[in-house]
Each structure stands twice: as C-alpha cells, then as structure tokens.
Design a protein around this ligand. Structure first.
Ligand code: HEM
Length: 408
C-alpha cells in the first residue's frame, strides 16, 4: 500500500501552503526577504502536488478500470520525476542553465516512461474494459512533454530557434489547456460514477470531448507560438465548448438529487469558473480596451488560474482518490468543506479585484494568498486523517495475534 508518490504529494501540498502564506506576507510587506519564490510557489502546486499525484495514481487507476492487478511500483519513473524536481528547485532560483536542462530532461524522461506504462496497460488487460480516461491521460502527458521543452528552454533562448513568439504563454497553455485540462477531464469521466452513483448525462460523448479538447489545446498553443489568432480563436471555441459539454455531463444527472449543493461537487464544478475568467478577459486585452490593465492581467491571471482552478480541482479529487487507495472500504467522498470552498473563491475574487484596483493591489493580493493559504488547511488535514487512519488500521492488524499465536 505504501506509495512514495503520495508521500511527496503531501510534502509539496505542505510547501504549497507555506508558499501561499509567504506570498500573503510578502504582499503585506511583513516578509520582504522571500520575494523570489514566484516560480516555486506555482510549481510546488503544478509539478510538486498535481503532477506528482497524477504519476502516482494514473497507473493504479487505469489498471483498476481494466480489471488488471495493481501495477508494481515503478521506482525508475519515481526517481526520474523527483530527482528532476529537486534539480529544478536548485537550478531555477540562480537560473543555472545546466541544472535547469538536467531537471527538465529527467522529468521529460519520466513522462515518456509513464506514457509507455499507461499505453501497455491496455494490451495486457484487454481493450473491452479499458479506462475511458486513459486516452485523455496519455494525450495530456504528451502535452506535458511539449510544456516541459518550452519551460526548460524559457530562460535559455530556445524559443529563438524554435521560433516561438510568446514562449511563456506557449508553456502555460501546453500545461494548462493541454496537460491539466485533459488529465482532469479523464479523471472526471473515470471517477464520476464512483462518487455520484450515476453515469454521465451523455455516456458516448467522451470521445468527442477528447478530440475537441485535444485540437482546442493545439490551437491555443499554436496561437501564441505564431502570435496568430487564426489558431487561438478556434482553439478557444473548441476547448471551451468541450469543457462546457463535460460540465453539463456532470451537472445534468445530479439535478434534483441534492448532490449539486455539496462542497465536494461544488469544488469540482465551480473551479472551472477560474479558467473562464481569463478567457472572458482575453478579447478585451487583445482589443486594448481602455481601463483593462493588460500587463497586470498577464502577470497575475496565471496565479488565479492555478489556485482557483487546478488546485481547487485537486481539493476535491485528491482526498477522493486517496480514500480509494488507502481506505477502500470507506464510501467514495470528494474532499473539501464549506470553508475551503468559500475561502478559495474569495481568494480568486480578491486576486482579480487587485488586478483592476491598482492602488489597493498589494493589500488585495495579500488577502487573496492569505485566503488560499487558509483554504488549503482543511484539505491537508483531511489527507493527513486518511493516511493516519490507514496507518492505524495497519498497526492494529500487525498487533493482532496471528492464527498460530491465538491457538497457543
Ligand atoms: C519541467 C517542467 C517545467 C519547467 C522547467 C517549467 C519552467 C517554467 C519557467 C522557467 C517559468 C517562468 C517563470 C517566470 O516567468 O517567473 C514557468 C512559468 C509557469 N509555469 Fe512552468 N515549468 C514546468 C512545468 C510546469 C507545469 C507542469 C505547469 C502546469 C501544469 C506549469 C505552469 C506554469 C505557469 C502557470 C507559469 C506562469 C507562472 C507565473 O506567471 O507566475 N509549469 N515555468
């Protein structure tokens, strides 16, 4: 049952909590000396918590859906991912090209090995029961590969020979619209029946949603790559339509059941509002409407996206999956409570308010990070409880007399 990915996930969630607290204190000017943590704060969550968790859970989930035995722990993949992460954590602050390239390369190899492992799980278990989400995971990981290449070369001039016009946006889009969106969609599709007891509203729609998201993400990457709206506009339309279709799939069967007003489902569904917010702003920024602070949006919107959408999705899904792994006899329950729900959204509202109200920006951003810090606490506690209950159960089993001893 011991899975080192989950241990590291917990470690990075703890670091993510400290990172949000740090950002809050820095904005309130109570803590000036750690202001250089910008890269780490985002990547503790994206790479440290969410990617780490995905690497741990995907083989287990895909094998379980295919009716196969739980796959053996792949220490090679774990080591590559975690060595890569560590090397990046050391190499990014001083912008050391050799370390950044080494870290990015190790994570790249880990992602390829995971793709190979997930691809192999179908052939060994037979295609009939294969996980519907598997193709989403594999395509999402393929986009991660692209995100890693662009991210690794971001400060090393690789974009010049790759001819990328707006490299940071390409990096963010490949990882968010490509990797995370496809990963989350696959998880929703695979896990929905377990936590609702129902099927999606349109059970045949996932394959179409998959292609719409895949092509939509491609458009959203090629757009900033060539700085051409001929790619961005159809990309947004395809990706958003697929996301809305996915959410309607989730919401429709729950109407009238009372489940739509539980914090867990609300975390999952309303998290997507924070992916819509920058999309709704994009035309106003592109048209340079007066009063729309384009540069401030570009600088701060990614934070709201990561905390409001990606992290919040994790609030609901990570405890659900950990219960499934560690406490398989307990009922399927999404994570989160009313406090985490309200705090995470209020944080997003204040962050966006700070983008528009320049004079109050530091106070509003300080409060936003403070709220995100608070929102993470109940989730960390919930995860801790799941793991300690499972460990308690194990210890009890170990202390029970064996059959032979009992008979003595
Ligand atoms: C090997 C993997 C990765 C490397 C080397 C990398 C590298 C970078 C670099 C150098 C930046 C620029 C930071 C700045 O301008 O201050 C950046 C920004 C960013 N990355 Fe990554 N990244 C990686 C993986 C990811 C992943 C997996 C995600 C999301 C799923 C992600 C999301 C972001 C976001 C949202 C930003 C913008 C942060 C901001 O504006 O503060 N990155 N990344």
């Amino acid at each position: 049952m011991f899975n080192p990915y989950f241990l590291v996930t917990f470690l990075y969630i703890a670091l993510g909590i400290l990172g949000a607290l740090d950002a809050s204190l820095v904005n309130f000017e109570l803590l000036p000396m750690f202001a250089g943590l910008r890269w780490m704060r985002i990547h503790f969550i994206t790479l440290g918590a969410l990617t780490e968790f995905a690497f741990g859970i995907l083989p287990i989930l895909v094998a379980a859906r295919a009716g196969a035995a739980r796959p053996k722990m792949r220490w090679d993949i774990w080591l590559m991912l975690n060595l890569g992460l560590l090397i990046l954590l050391i190499g990014i602050p001083p912008i050391n090209a050799v370390l950044i390239t080494a870290g990015g390369t190790l994570i790249f190899i880990a992602a390829i090995l995971l793709i190979v492992q997930l691809s192999g799980l179908r052939s060994s278990a037979g295609a009939s029961q294969a996980s519907e989400g598997r193709k989403f995971y594999i395509m999402g990981l393929a986009y991660l590969l692209l995100g890693i290449i662009v991210g690794t070369g971001l400060w090393q001039g690789w974009s010049t020979w790759l001819q990328i016009k707006v490299p940071l946006e390409v990096h963010i889009h490949a990882n968010n619209w490509g990797f995370m969106s496809l990963l989350f969609a696959g998880l929703l599709i695979d896990l929905y029946p377990s936590f609702t007891g129902k099927s999606l509203a349109w059970p045949k729609s996932p394959t179409r949603i998959f292609w719409m998201m895949t092509l939509g993400a491609l458009g959203l990457i090629l757009g900033p790559w060539f700085e051409a709206s001929i790619f961005t506009v159809p990309g947004i339309v395809l990706h958003l339509s697929a996301t809305i279709w996915l959410l309607l799939n989730v919401i429709k069967p729950l109407i009238g059941t009372g489940k739509l007003s539980t914090p867990g489902i609300l975390h999952l569904v309303t998290a997507y509002f924070w992916i819509l917010a920058p999309v709704m702003m994009a035309p106003l920024v592109l048209l340079q409407i007066p009063g729309i602070p384009g540069p401030s949006i570009e600088q701060n919107a990614p934070q709201a996206l990561i905390y409001g959408w990606a992290l919040q999705f994790g609030f609901a899904i990570i405890p659900l999956l950990l219960r499934r792994v560690f406490l398989p006899d307990s009922p399927a329950k999404l994570g989160g409570n009313w406090f985490s729900l309200i705090a995470v959204h209020l944080g997003g509202v204040l962050l966006w308010a700070g983008i528009f109200l320049n004079d109050a920006q530091t106070a509003l951003h300080g409060a936003a990070y403070g709220l995100w810090f608070l929102a993470m606490l109940p989730i960390a506690y919930e995860i801790w409880q799941i793991i300690s209950t499972a460990m308690g159960g194990l210890q009890e089993q170990e202390s029970l007399p064996t059959v032979a001893e009992a008979g003595d």
